[in-house]
Design a protein around this ligand. Structure first.
Ligand code: MOS
Length: 753
């Protein structure tokens, strides 16, 4: 083993590394899904329901069929057999909207697909789709904002399996609350939010006999394969899913949506490749959204600020057929020390497209509620909100009754307070001024699960001194290409720029989902094992090749480091580059494969509770004369294990904070009570934070390796930076204006009091 010092001087891990795929992207060489063209390819456009509740009575395609270039119009009568899919082992068979397209005539949400036109150009397909005449029997849709839990059983089925509605319980929360000297009882609301990745969703499907290939911008190609194989009655190996580049996803591209089987069915029917790319409007209707939530939080405390009880009862909106679980209680049971706790959820059916995972699903709306309650309790107690959190730091994960693998939440808070200048805070509302503006300061904590999915990889060392790493993971823009290059470079000694990375294809070794912030942690053990096996093969070549400087040495006497083979007893000085050994043996390459099993949802009870932690300090400015509110300054501290690439890592957290500004002040999907349509389903009316909304952002990583998770100690950083952020902003808004806003986003009209 190299010493820690040698590791630190030679390893690229922890070095700020620009994305290895950056040049391809900025020169336009990177091929995104809709960039692929194939001979004789046709274009498909779905016909969307214009009601949200009712039934198709008549579908008239006569005029559309006669339009120029039209090759087929698919509907319920002619689409052909499409099966349902079901959950498999591990991350397989996951599909949030299970209903196969056109399965029945019932319309359950606005924009549900009722037909599909296929034509020689996109324009002709779109014109034909507009000419399909649909007659509906219409009922009033229920898109009511106020959520009352439906009458569900104590255990419900969800998209990921069964879940108990009483999610976590210890002690007697209601009793402790009743007798608590200090009480807080508030309800917090988060709206439906929709993912707006710049790259639209789309599928290009083509058949070759009974073999299916699809190009799809997926966050999980292997799951996509398993679902489509089931839906078209094929063995897994007959389906290939390719995703080279993804223009982001935020969770909307994790699981297959109905347009995927539609494109596949169309290609089957016309016998040609078919491309189907959704419009922005469609992505507001039928590719998931963050469910609206309504969360009642009750805290009981002592006058000194010790929590005695925590009750978190939440209701979220679900669709009519599907049971996506918005797990707002994800962090509640472990985040603070509290002897009496009760976490419970209910669901309310609405005529909306099914909700799904969106960046930090569950924990993000959940922590907005619980961290807001902590801030309000701090004000009620007249205790500094940083101090209140430190006072309630738990020793172990009290929800699971197991220790944390690595938790440095208090240090996050302390470092954040220092960097932000929190000690200068005057707690009195409206008391802090700067350049004629009123300042508001707020803080909130963050947590997000750390885990691993199953993963496999293949590493090659080649005779020109280069290396290749292959893993069927995806890079959704977060930097997975670079992570794979860095891990391979670390093990092989090959410079990062000489590592070829291949990913995004089900023909490659099993890759993890690019979701849950798990991809990085998941690929570490697979890539390391693959590299070790390639090195072991190399050492065998070194000892068995005639004329090799190591001929007749025992393999055990040799070592490999920095790309060189050497006799361990002689040290690295006498080493020989691996390329020389391969050339002498007339080998183009040695190869090794590695695999590691996932631990997410493992049947074995975990020994450690693994999570990332963090906190945000936010400053807003308030100009009461013109009702102008801005986020003016943010300091974020993240404890997410060892950071493999601090450049992309910082970028991930900054991106989350930008999304957090949107969540706090701007984003909400509004459903029209008349027809159930998401009426702001476009980039002009669905407002997200843009450059002009974003101040200077300061990000700090604690960088403590979490070695329970993998040998590098790296967790994931895709989602943690959004958790808690909105609660820091609403606390700052209160500090500046005196107004408590408990329903996101904060609107100017909330503050005109
Ligand atoms: Mo994330 S919601 O797991 O893409």
């Amino acid at each position: 083993m190299p010493t820690a010092q040698e590791m630190s001087t030679t390893s690229p891990i922890g070095r700020k590394t620009p994305r290895v795929d950056g040049p391809q992207k900025v020169t336009g060489k990177a091929q995104y899904t809709s960039d692929f063209h194939f001979p004789e390819m046709l274009y498909a456009v779905p016909v969307e329901a214009t009601i949200a509740n009712g039934r198709v009575v008549k579908l008239d395609t006569d005029a559309a069929e006669k339009m120029p270039g039209v090759r087929a119009i698919l509907h319920r009568q002619n689409i052909g057999k499409i099966f349902r899919s079901t959950l498999g082992e591990g991350m397989n068979g996951i599909c949030i909207e299970r209903r196969p397209p056109f399965e029945d005539d019932v319309i359950r949400y606005y924009g549900q697909y009722v037909a599909l036109t296929v034509a020689n150009t996109f324009e002709n397909a779109k014109a034909a789709a507009d000419a399909v005449l649909v007659t509906y029997a219409k009922d009033k849709p229920n898109v009511e904002d106020k959520l009352t839990a439906d009458d569900d059983p104590d255990e419900v089925m969800t998209s990921y399996g069964p879940a108990k509605r009483l999610q976590s319980e210890r002690g007697d929360a209601a009793g402790a609350f009743a007798s608590a000297p200090v009480k807080l009882d508030q309800t917090y609301v988060t709206p439906a939010e929709t993912h707006v990745p710049i790259e639209l969703q789309g599928t290009t499907a083509m058949w070759d006999g009974d073999k299916l290939t699809i190009y799809e911008e997926s966050q999980a190609v292997f799951n996509m394969r398993s679902v489509l194989a089931q839906m078209f009655g094929l063995p897994n190996e007959n389906v290939r899913v390719i995703t080279n580049f993804v223009g982001s996803g935020f969770g909307s591209k994790l699981w297959p949506w109905t347009h995927c089987p539609l494109a596949v069915a169309a290609a089957r029917q016309v016998g040609k490749p078919v491309k189907l790319v959704l419009s922005r409007k469609m992505t507001f209707q039928s590719t998931g959204h963050r469910a609206r939530t309504q969360q009642r939080v009750r805290l009981g405390a002592t006058p000194e600020g010790k929590l005695v009880s925590l009750e978190h009862d939440y209701v979220y909106q679900r669709s009519i057929l599907e049971e996506y679980h918005e797990n707002c209680g994800e962090a509640t049971a472990f985040h603070y020390r509290v002897p009496n706790l009760h976490v419970h959820f209910g669901r309310a059916r609405r005529n909306v497209g099914t909700p799904s995972d969106m960046r930090g699903p569950g924990a993000v709306p959940g922590l907005y509620a619980t961290e807001s309650a902590m801030n309000e309790l701090a004000d009620q107690l007249k205790i500094d909100p940083v101090q209140l959190r430190i006072l309630n730091e738990p020793k172990i994960d009290e929800g699971e009754g197991i220790p944390f693998s690595s938790r440095h939440y208090v240090e996050c808070l302390q470092l954040g307070a220092e960097k932000f200048g929190w000690s200068r805070r005057n707690a009195e509302v409206g008391s802090m001024k700067q350049n004629g503006l009123t300042l508001g300061w707020g803080v909130a904590g963050a947590a997000w699960i750390a885990t691993r999915d199953s993963a496999a990889a293949n590493v090659e060392l080649r005779d020109d001194g280069s290396a290749r790493v292959a893993c069927g993971a995806q890079d959704i823009g977060t930097g997975t290409y670079t992570i794979l290059a860095l891990l391979t470079a670390d093990k092989s000694g090959v410079p990062v720029e000489k590592v070829e990375v291949v990913l995004g294809d089900t023909e490659l070794p099993l890759g993890p989902v690019s979701g849950g912030s798990w991809a990085t942690a998941s690929v570490v053990p697979a890539v390391f094992a693959a590299a070790d096996n390639a090195i072991s093969s190399l050492l065998q070549v070194a000892t068995t090749t005639p004329g090799s400087p190591f001929e007749k040495r025992k393999q055990d006497d040799l070592s490999f480091q920095n790309g060189r083979v050497f006799v361990e007893a002689d040290g690295l000085g006498g080493g020989v580059p691996f390329a020389d050994i391969l050339k002498r043996a007339n080998l183009r390459l040695v190869t090794g494969s590695g695999r590691s099993e996932g631990i997410f949802a493992s049947k074995e009870k975990p020994k450690f509770s693994m999570h990332s932690f963090g906190c945000h300090f936010a400053e807003v400015t308030w100009q009461s004369e013109i009702a102008r509110l801005r986020v003016n300054r943010v300091v974020t501290v993240i404890d997410a294990g060892r950071i493999i690439n601090p450049l992309a890592g910082r970028n991930q957290i900054e991106g989350s904070v930008v999304m957090g500004i949107g969540m706090a002040l701007l984003e909400h999907t509004t459903y029209d009570p008349q027809n159930g349509a998401p009426i702001n389903g476009n980039l002009a009316d669905y407002i997200v934070a843009v450059n002009a909304d974003v101040p200077e952002l300061e990000v700090h990583f604690l960088d403590y390796p979490d070695l329970e998770l993998n040998a590098v100690g790296a967790r994931g950083i895709g989602e943690i930076g959004l958790a808690g952020f909105a609660a820091a902003v609403t606390a700052a808004v209160h500090h500046a204006t005196g107004v408590r806003v408990r329903e996101l986003p904060v609107k100017i009209e909330n503050l005109l009091v």
